[in-house]
Design a protein around this ligand. Structure first.
Ligand code: AMP
Length: 222
């Protein structure tokens, strides 16, 4: 089976997680979100979770070796037979090299890979992240634009929602800086290959989805 890989880029808070869920659903591909995978480890208080927390709380990147092992393990699961949608990986040059190496055989066998950039301004991002609340089950809310039905409680699993430590203002500023410095330059490769799909991330969630859906259709991905 020819595999399809989509790699989502966007600053933290650009809404790429939300769009990744929709893409996964539409394209019948699993979403591989390193942020969600790491938060699940934190929740379990596993050895990896305890190491990762130190970095995540400060808005720093978790070491590449840990992430690569994690992603490799995830891609070996049966549901990734047809490919995957990556959310939050790669975030630096080393991780991008890892992923390109990892998907190369699939591309040689007729598979496809595109990067998607959810392009948002820093101003919109700072406003959004301040109101963001998360749940351990992976659901994400925003007090202004997507509040839970019952204040403080997850619609999906009933657990208490919380402000991620990395959504505090100082950490948000650091994460944005890191994104511009380490992740944004990775787009050059995809742009030069003619494999970059760009959408305006400052628009409302449904508008972003409409633009994205139209563009992936144009590429014959759905
Ligand atoms: P996210 O939910 O994607 O914003 O990720 C939350 C945090 O998890 C980040 O600020 C990092 O500390 C860590 N993390 C997620 N993905 C990666 C990655 N690809 N490389 C290193 N750290 C990551």
């Amino acid at each position: 089976m020819a595999k399809t890989f989509l790699i989502l880029f966007g600053a933290p808070g650009s809404g790429k997680g939300t769009q990744a869920i929709r893409l996964a659903d539409k394209m019948k591909l699993p979403m591989v979100s390193t942020g969600d995978l790491l938060r699940a480890e934190l929740e379990k208080n596993s050895p990896l979770g305890r190491i990762a927390k130190k970095y995540m709380d400060k808005g720093k990147l978790v070491p590449d070796e840990l992430l690569a092992e994690f992603v490799e393990h995830r891609l070996k699961k049966a549901d990734a037979r047809a490919g995957a949608i990556f959310d939050g990986f790669p975030r630096n040059e080393e991780q991008q090299e890892f992923i390109l190496r990892r998907i190369k055989p699939a591309l040689r066998a007729g598979g496809r890979a595109f990067a998607v950039l959810i392009d948002s301004s820093d101003k919109a991002i700072k406003a959004r992240l301040g109101g963001r609340r998360a749940c351990a089950c992976g659901a994400v809310y925003n007090l202004k634009t997507k509040p839970p039905k019952r204040a403080g409680v997850c619609d999906l699993c009933g657990k208490k929602i919380y402000t991620r430590d990395d959504d505090k203002p100082k950490v948000i500023a650091d994460r944005l800086k890191l994104y511009h410095k380490q992740s944004e330059p990775l787009l050059d490769y995809w742009r030069s290959e003619g494999k970059l799909i760009e959408v305006n991330g400052d628009a409302a969630i449904d508008e972003v989805w409409k633009e994205l859906e139209g563009k992936i259709k144009e590429k014959g991905l759905i």
